[in-house]
Design a protein around this ligand. Structure first.
Ligand SMILES: C[S@@+](CC[C@H](N)C(=O)[O-])C[C@H]1O[C@@H](n2cnc3c(N)ncnc32)[C@H](O)[C@@H]1O
Length: 370
């Protein structure tokens, strides 16, 4: 799992924490091997959200970034146009192609890359109507990085490898995308590269810390890697859509199945590049070029843990919650007592009723009756 540099330094600088979280204290780069124990049950995430929050400014800042960013993503999702008026495929009826919880991974990873000084801007290849670009433009604005949005703005190109998709699917025109980013994102942070990647990214010359591709097709992913991979900084990462946990991954690598998975597999083996890959959620995957033997990835389980709980990392809120838990415990006891009373009353009434009925049909006699 990856962590921001200032949090690692906080752990390393405290003897008790060093002993408690030795793998985290020994991290020397954004991309490292962490022994599984910290990841099991998300021990360090639990620590950050409870004691760590009160003790470390770095942890508070990180959790605040994650919680507020995730809030913004969810707000964008709520207000973003929902319907694609020019749908041409059953998958592009919706105007939104990703989900806030998926983009949380990008936010978390970019924060960590930034803290470790990994240089470069972010490129988004595959924008459609601009939902993911809106979200990432906030993150880039926070971190002071440029977001390069590259798309044909005419939808998918012709392709020869996947008959599921056809030319023009997922079309978002450039004016429509710009308007959406103006309304929901940080337009000043964004640059646009218009055209099909085969030509539009030729001679691409910007240093990158992240390549984010959501392009559906083998050919498109190959064109991006051919033109832009060389500009990825050391320790930079690729996140791609259409990498499915049960179809595309084997032993930390990608399989030559179809679409982006096949493109990444072929590109790395043709160029003899070592890498590691891990599935995230919803058909996304993280791919990190690395040295042989390194394990450099994030734990989807730990990311989900922080995502689900980061809003509760507030001391006051936690106090209120424990107060509520106490009250609930108290009312539980009261309800139990009332229930017991109620049951005994019912039993008594039932017994009386039964006696009456049995007496009427002559099967029950009170002591003394003849
Ligand atoms: C699935 S959509 C992206 C969804 C978007 N990320 C979102 O969050 O809504 C795929 C996009 O990739 C673009 N695309 C795919 N292949 C391309 C290529 N070779 N050149 C330029 N754009 C391409 C399409 O125009 C389309 O906008």
């Amino acid at each position: 799992m990856i962590y921001p540099k200032d949090i690692v330094e906080f752990v390393a600088g405290d003897p008790a924490l060093r002993e408690r979280f030795p793998a985290i204290a020994s991290i020397e780069s954004v991309n490292v091997t962490i022994n599984p124990p910290e990841e099991e049950n998300c021990r360090f995430e639990q620590y950050m959200l409870s004691e760590g929050y009160d003790r470390s400014r770095a942890i508070r800042k990180y959790l605040h970034f994650l919680a507020s960013t995730y809030d913004i993503f969810n707000e964008i999702f709520q207000f973003f146009p929902k319907q694609n008026q020019n749908s041409s495929h059953k998958d592009d009826v919706s105007a939104i192609g990703t989900a806030p919880f998926e983009l949380f991974y990008h936010a978390l990873y970019l924060y960590c890359l930034d803290s470790w000084g990994v240089e470069g801007d972010v490129i988004e290849c595959g924008t459609y109507k601009g939902f993911s670009a809106c979200c990432l433009s906030w993150v880039c604005s926070y971190l002071g990085r440029r977001l390069i949005v590259a798309d044909s703005f005419e939808g998918l190109p012709e392709n020869e490898t996947d008959p599921y998709y056809k030319k023009g699917d997922f079309c978002g025109q450039i004016d429509e995308v710009k308007a959406n980013i103006e309304d929901f994102g940080k337009i000043d942070q964004v640059e646009f590269v218009k055209g099909f990647y085969e030509t539009s990214l030729q001679g691409f010359n910007r240093t990158l810390c992240m390549i984010w591709m959501d392009v559906d097709l083998f050919e498109s992913a190959t064109d991006i890697l051919t033109n832009a991979f060389a500009k990825l900084s050391e320790n930079g990462v690729i996140i791609s859509h259409e990498l499915f946990a049960d179809r595309d991954f084997a032993d930390g690598l990608l399989k030559p199945t179809i679409g982006p998975s096949k493109a990444l597999h072929e590109f790395f083996s043709n160029h003899d590049i070592n890498y590691q890959a891990v599935p995230l959620e919803n058909g996304s995957g993280l791919v990190v070029p690395c040295r042989p033997g390194e394990r450099l990835l994030i734990s989807s389980k730990c990311v989900q843990y922080v995502r689900d709980n980061c809003r509760q990392a507030d001391g006051q809120l936690r106090q209120q919650i424990s107060g509520l838990e106490h009250d609930i415990g108290h009312w539980h006891n009261e309800v139990d007592k009332l229930l017991a009373l109620y049951r005994s009353t019912i039993d008594y009434k039932l017994r009386q009723g039964a006696k009456l009925v049995l007496g009427k049909i002559g099967l029950y006699r009170k002591p003394g009756d003849v």
